[in-house]
Design a protein around this ligand. Structure first.
Ligand SMILES: Nc1ncnc2c1ncn2[C@@H]1O[C@H](COP(=O)(O)OP(=O)(O)OP(=O)(O)O)[C@@H](O)[C@H]1O
Ligand SMILES: [Mg+2]
Length: 613
């Protein structure tokens, strides 16, 4: 059994290998580097130009230092023979050189900046788009196990981190590499030993920075975890603001938060202290390099091994190098953080898709709407089967009521019909076609589902109703709205059909939301209708409206209604009574009452109210 559960698709699709990705989902890699390159490669041309420009920009200051050296040497050569009138004529060549380098610096940096303006936002958008496209194909089970808000955050965070990681490489690591290489080249030309000392220093510096940053990364990610824990607590508290008000727990909540904030402060200090230590290292290393090099170069100058110009160049190069290097450990740290973010997000989002279409799956065709469950075996968790060899046939056009105690398996039954989960054994057929072998989109296009607590998009009422069918005309939307008894209350809203419904539809009453969901199902006009009846009691007027609109909707379709109030299904063609995953009774209301079994007991207990738990 556990084998089967590990691999639900293979059983449903007759031992076909588990596909890891839905066919129309982007083939995103799940390693941070490959993942980033997947999106970055679209911009290779612009990025290649940027690499050149950044190299130019990084080389310019180094070359400027060298030019200043030439200037100094030329000035020394002509010292005493020169006047303010002819100085520019004599020195024009290094001066023009100097000016051109400045011009090159500006052009390189600003052109590169312009390309960034074009590529940056596009890269971010493309990454988000790709992640969202991939995420959409995950199964119902996957989404049940994740917080919507946290998934949305991860998409944003991964996209931002791919951007930032790329720019850290382009604008920090790459330029430092270039300016270091050019400096080394110039220095080796000037004096080999001097260059070797500087090269050694740089290597040690980079290695130590890298190690310190790696150590700091652990602390920083602890700190980040503490921060997100605090945010989670705040979100939970804000979500529960009604409870806080109703129980007058404002002070309590502040105290509760304080403990977590205190922990965040401790983690923050630990991280920041370590960063301070890193800065001590940087400042000391920089100072010793500058002082050491000046002394060393001065001795070389005194010994006549280098010119005064070369002395100036050495000082200039060291200053540039120190400035570049100063930011490096921080950049390493940030870079690790970005890579960590990408890794976290990718490991959660880029998982194998659980429920995928078989290759070249045909579309489902529903001429009659006959539904057959054949030996259906299913378990949410290994070892706890909800259904074990369930068999039932629902004829096309039949109106079926599903009843049973809470947890009996009614919702699971309709979820399986919608293929929100794959079976562990057996098959479900609609008009002779195994639903595991047709396209999921076509399956769900043929089933209209009105859930217990319908969710609406925070979009206009019209858009929400039209969601049933993309190409529904305004006239069809209005017609459905009238038939679902929505039209009247929508007319009373100032913006009418263009009113926004609030997040998840909170601005509507439960009954109104349900009627919008019914209108949406009417627009969809699918041959099979599934209805999970609302458990919340509606006032009798909205209930009557809803009942009327439903009666209208049910005509000429196969209908499955999960009923909590038995009165609403008493006139169905047939009632299936579920008990612990088995259908224990099957028949019309009258037949079942005559049998005097579970249904009759439930009916008698109900006395016009709800099913007992
Ligand atoms: N996502 C899930 N993960 C694990 N177990 C689940 C999940 N959903 C349902 N179950 C379990 O499967 C069994 C059937 O649940 P189901 O939701 O189908 O019952 P139901 O008849 O619809 O109940 P209710 O009348 O309360 O809606 C229950 O034991 C339930 O705990
Ligand atoms: Mg249910």
């Amino acid at each position: 059994m556990s084998d089967v559960l590990e691999n639900p698709v293979s059983v449903a699709a007759g031992a076909a290998p588990v596909s890891v990705r839905a066919a129309d989902a982007p083939p995103l890699p799940n390693q941070p580097l490959k993942f980033s390159l997947y999106f970055i490669r679209y911009y290779w041309l612009g990025l290649s130009v940027m690499i050149l420009l950044e190299a130019g920009q990084a080389a310019a200051p180094v070359l400027m230092s060298a030019t200043v050296g030439r200037l100094v040497d030329s000035m020394r050569a002509v010292e005493g023979t020169i006047t303010s009138a002819n100085v520019l004529d004599v020195m024009w060549s290094p001066l023009v050189h100097f000016a051109l380098l400045n011009l090159m610096l500006i052009l390189c940096s600003r052109t590169s900046g312009s390309i960034l303006v074009i590529i940056g936002p596009a890269l971010r958008a493309r990454t988000r788009e790709g992640l969202f496209a991939y995420l959409q194909h995950h199964s119902h089970r996957y989404f049940m196990g994740q917080f919507a808000g946290s998934l949305a955050n991860r998409i944003t965070e991964v996209a931002t981190s791919v951007n930032h990681a790329l720019w850290t490489v382009m604008f920090d690591f790459w330029p430092v590499t270039v300016s270091f290489s050019v400096s080394m080249y110039l220095l080796f030309k000037a004096h080999t030993e001097l260059a070797a000392v500087l090269a050694m220093w740089t290597m040690v510096y980079v290695a130590v920075s890298f190690l310190l940053a790696r150590r700091c990364r652990v602390l920083a990610s602890d700190f980040a975890a503490a921060r997100s824990l605090v945010s989670g607590k705040v979100v939970d508290a804000v979500t529960n603001i009604m409870n806080i008000k109703l129980f007058s727990r404002r002070r309590y909540e502040r105290e509760y938060l304080k403990d977590y904030l205190q922990m965040e402060v401790m983690k923050a200090r630990k991280t920041f202290w370590f960063m301070e230590i890193m800065r001590w290292f940087q400042f000391l290393a920089a100072a010793s390099l500058l002082v050491g090099m000046v002394m060393y170069a001065m001795r070389l100058w005194a010994a006549g091994e280098i010119s005064m110009g070369a002395f100036v160049v050495v000082f200039g190069l060291c200053t540039t190098l120190v400035n570049d290097a100063r930011g490096l450990s921080r950049r390493f740290l940030e870079f690790f953080e970005y890579v960590g973010n990408i890794n976290d997000g990718v490991s959660i989002i880029i998982r194998p898709h659980e429920i995928v279409d078989v290759p070249a799956a045909p579309a489902l065709k529903v001429p009659n709407g006959r539904v057959v469950f054949k030996d259906v075996t299913f378990a949410h968790k290994a070892g706890v089967a909800v259904f074990d060899g369930l068999n039932v046939t629902i004829e096309g056009g039949q109106k079926i009521g599903l009843v049973g105690h809470s947890g009996a398996g009614k919702s699971t039954f309709v979820n399986l019909l919608l293929r929100l989960h794959d079976l562990n054994g057996g098959a479900i057929e609609i008009d002779g076609q195994d639903i595991a072998h047709v396209r999921q989109d076509s399956l769900r296009a043929n089933i209209a589902m009105i859930p217990q607590d319908p969710m609406l998009f925070h979009r206009t009422l019209k858009e929400n109703i039209r969601y049933g069918r993309e190409d529904a005309t305004d006239e069809e939307v209005l017609e459905a709205s009238r038939r679902a008894y929505c039209h009247d209350f929508i007319q009373d809203v100032p913006e009418g059909y263009d009113a926004l419904v609030g997040e998840r539809g909170v601005k509507l009453s439960g009954g109104q939301r349900q009627r919008i969901a019914i209108a949406r199902a009417m627009v969809k006009d699918a041959p099979i209708l599934v209805l999970d009846e609302a458990t919340s009691s509606l006032d009798s007027e909205s209930e009557r409206y809803i009942q009327q609109s439903l009666d209208d909707l049910m005509k000429e379709r196969t209908v499955l209604v999960i009923a909590h109030r038995l009165s609403t299904i008493a006139n169905m063609d047939r009632i299936l009574v579920f008990d612990q995953g088995r259908i224990v009774e099957d028949g019309s209301h009258e037949e079942l009452l005559k049998r005097n079994g579970l249904y009759a007991r439930l009916w008698n207990m109900q006395a016009g109210g709800f099913l007992p738990e």
